[in-house]
Design a protein around this ligand. Sequence first.
Ligand SMILES: Nc1ncnc2c1ncn2[C@@H]1O[C@H](COP(=O)(O)OP(=O)(O)O)[C@@H](O)[C@H]1O
Ligand SMILES: [Mg+2]
Length: 377
Amino acid sequence: MNKELNPFVTVGYASEKYFCDREQELNILERCMKNEVNVTLISNRRLGKSALIYRLFERLEHENFICIYTDIYASQNLKDFTEALALTIFKRFPEKKGFGKRFLDVLKGFRPVITYNVLSSEPEIHFEFTRSEECEHTLRSIFLFLDSQQVKVVLAIDEFQQVLNYPETNTEALLRTIIQTLKNSQFIFSGSKKHLMLEMFNTADRPFFSSTQMLGLQEIPEMKYKQFIHEKFEERNRTIDDEAVDFVLSWTLSHTFYTQVICNNMFARPEKNITQDVAKQVCSEQLSLQQVTYMQYRSLLAPVQWRLLIAIAKEGQVSEIQAQTFLHKYKVGGASSAKKALDALLEKEMICTIETPEKTFFRVYNVFLLRWLDATF
Ligand SMILES: Nc1ncnc2c1ncn2[C@@H]1O[C@H](COP(=O)(O)OP(=O)(O)O)[C@@H](O)[C@H]1O
Ligand SMILES: [Mg+2]
């Protein structure tokens, strides 16, 4: 028998059926890709950038676009970038003929070392460059090869802000120059470090300045998510009470990943109908499971950072970190040490920013940690 997936996916992307909304964003992305406009996609982690790109690719591939997705989070330099790009294309088109064969022929010109991981059997590609010109030349050739195919190409480069860490300080300029020469290729640059991404794309003297359409991803609208959750239960002849859904969306702040995890767990319960009581139980179980990890954080953070983290969790979100009433209420310490602690927590991604037209708020990044801190202290 065909065993059906839990309809609430918590890793990667499954298919349209398990994907909630994002119609507006998909339309914008599709329009940009078809009209030679590159896009910068920005949001906090785990809101759904990668899944959105995969969903877009599914649409575009129906129209014969070649779609390539590279995550460069782990790359440390331009050579890593080039290898990641080559590997993605190699894995995506393994065929012995057509596009895959043509790409392999091009690749061979750069004498790659292709190995297979003993444990995972996954291929790995390494280049043995000694000079940076060789690396730049290879990268340019890969892009030109893609561009010379008789079809439109879309390349998504995820966690793009990583290029700022490369020792090759000309990477932005190099990429921008190559990209400008391409005729059939569109790009999506996505990233979760908002201030770094904005710095690259919105600063006047930077190579990518004003070269893309900005797209900031927000939470899925509550009405859309509610409908999706009800639907997924009903499709399997089960139900979930309205109050249960409301409770969950408010508890997870409608943040996609945390909502998916809680819904996945609710779906795994034996009850045919999910009540608010069951929903609360599932949320609290989730916190118990994470407790061992969260307790560790206390020893990893300086005392003032820990106190500030708890204070921000208890407030939900805070805009004036240095306000006396706030610092006093939670015994955080002085204003300047609070500011330093805040910067450290932002750097460690324990805290994120939420921008509204009026103000910027600070919030505990991980929603489960936020709920745990609030409940425990
Ligand atoms: N529109 C959506 N509908 C259902 N699940 C989604 C949706 N977008 C993202 N997810 C799920 O949420 C999780 C986080 O999404 P992801 O795309 O990895 O976020 P990001 O790339 O922004 O860090 C993934 O497990 C993914 O399956
Ligand atoms: Mg991602």
